[in-house]
Design a protein around this ligand. Structure first.
Ligand SMILES: Cc1cc2nc3c(=O)[nH]c(=O)nc-3n(C[C@H](O)[C@H](O)[C@H](O)COP(=O)(O)O)c2cc1C
Ligand code: SF4
Length: 446
């Protein structure tokens, strides 16, 4: 593992405590920036580093920051810690393992764009990470690293944590802003983009947790240091979340472009019982599934795209030959149907309809025409949805039919007769999600 940047202190005991973090170059970048760098110099070094957003789209962070209009204040930094994509578990690990690194990244970003308030939006279920992060924020305030006139300068900054309520759509940046403002979490029409009118209609930078955790070492060591890792177009390292049918699921930090998917799976202990890989989901459920023939694809944004998918948040879910692709695709479509916010018709109706067709197939009532029907539904949604969630929902349908059509056909033939073999319990459970027992609902908040 190339744990040079984000997980460099993985083996340092108690790194989450302020004193230990500071003894390991913690807040050195913050002191350097406030002591000797102008905000635009901090922005400049991040721009030169080529750091790309780690939340999904891979947009260069420093370039995004430079879009803020010059003279409009106040302006905000909002940190996206919603982390609701299936198979993604890097951001909360970063918070739990080294919360000060995340906070220092938020501080440097806020200073670079001259924001005096930052909000860290965390997925609703992250009670424990939120507590750890709050403890670290409190320590930083007590040490004079946050608050009024930080380290004797004229710069002041407050950081607040906000917990969401468990909706995948609130990871989409404009729905997140709506939610943060206390409104229903649904995406906004763009333009205006958040850089011009974001939180409370003021200029806003939104970045992912992992993106900002890169900023302290970049500011401390410089852009050239960062660029020694990764490729020219995908500089630096990235945390790859590996899950599914592997022996050692977990987070692996690697230089971008340095390894292949096959090598990543080997690092994750190989597949369970050494079974052959059938499919690879490189970005949770949102990006097209790749077949085993893509195993030698390099792990960077451009190579994964050239192979027919997207690196996204680099959440690799590995399917081996024991996994039923039709079952997996149905499960993913069910997720998107459940998480569709309902604002636009193609996504709201398309995900509902596609799930109905999958249920028909899985319950043993499907026909070969239903496979084409699924493609038609997905193609009818493509490029017509209000936000990317609806587009994402087409990925499991179109990619699995493209690469595994014979398996769909075999499934339809083998299950014909309405027996719902092996799927009955799942169908009943999925359609009865509203009958959760009362005692499973808790109001506990940190
Ligand atoms: C449906 C949907 C869900 C998303 N979920 C997340 C998420 O959980 N975390 C995240 O950082 N970005 C998520 N994004 C991407 C954000 O909209 C945004 O691009 C990102 O926070 C920008 O940060 P970055 O430039 O640092 O990557 C999601 C996007 C969509 C369309
Ligand atoms: S695509 Fe789906 S999630 Fe996005 S606005 Fe439309 S209904 Fe909502």
């Amino acid at each position: 593992m190339d744990k040079h940047v984000l997980l460099r202190d993985l083996d340092v005991p108690n790194i989450r405590e302020l004193a230990v973090y500071e003894a390991n170059e913690g807040y050195a970048a913050w002191r350097k920036a406030l002591g000797s760098m102008k905000p635009e110099q901090v922005m400049g070094v991040v721009k030169d580093s080529g750091l790309r957003g780690r939340g999904g789209a891979g947009f260069p962070a420093g370039v995004k920051w430079s879009f803020l209009p010059k003279d409009v204040f106040p302006r905000y930094v909002v940190v996206n810690g919603d982390e609701s994509e299936a198979g993604t578990f890097k951001d909360h690990e970063l918070i739990e393992f080294n919360p000060h690194q995340v906070i220092e990244g938020v501080m440097l970003t806020s200073y670079a764009v001259l924001a005096s308030t930052a909000y860290i939006y965390l997925r609703g279920e992250f009670y424990a990470p939120a507590k750890m992060l709050q403890k670290a924020i409190d320590e930083a305030y007590a040490a004079g690293l946050l608050g009024r006139n930080i380290l004797g300068t004229s710069y002041s900054l407050d950081i607040y944590i906000h917990l969401g309520a468990g909706a995948y759509i609130c990871g989409e940046e404009t729905a997140l802003l709506e939610s943060l403002e206390g409104k229903l979490g649904q995406p906004r029409l763009r333009p205006p983009f958040p850089a011009a009118q974001g939180l409370y209609a003021k200029p806003t930078v939104i970045n992912n947790i992992e993106t900002l955790a890169n900023v302290p070492p970049i500011v401390l060591n410089g852009a050239a240091w960062y660029r020694q890792f990764g490729t020219e177009k995908s500089p630096g390292t990235k945390i790859f979340c590996v899950s599914g049918r592997v022996n050692k699921p977990g987070n692996y930090e690697l230089s971008l472009g340095s390894h292949t998917i096959r090598e990543l799976i080997e690092m994750a202990g190989g597949t369970i019982d050494g079974r052959p890989v059938k499919g690879i989901l490189p970005a949770g459920e949102s990006a097209p599934m790749l077949p085993a023939s893509a195993l030698d694809t390099k792990l960077d944004y451009e190579s994964v795209q050239a192979a027919g998918s997207m690196l996204g948040s680099a959440s690799f879910i590995i399917l081996d030959d024991t996994v039923d692709v039709v079952w997996a695709a149905r499960k993913m479509v069910r997720f998107f149907k459940h998480e569709s916010c309902g604002k636009c018709t193609p996504c709201r109706e398309g995900t509902y309809w596609a799930l109905r067709v999958y249920d028909k197939i899985v319950s043993g009532n499907g026909s070969l025409q239903d496979i084409d029907q699924l493609s038609d539904i997905a193609n009818g949604m493509l490029n017509k949805c209000f936000c990317l969630l609806g587009e994402f929902a087409t990925s499991p349908i179109l990619s699995t039919i493209k690469h595994f059509r014979p398996e769909y056909e075999q499934f339809v033939r083998e299950h014909q007769g309405g027996r719902a073999d092996g799927y009955r319990d799942e169908l009943i459970r999925d359609h009865a999600v509203h009958v959760l027992p009362e005692e499973s609902i808790t109001d506990e908040r940190p």
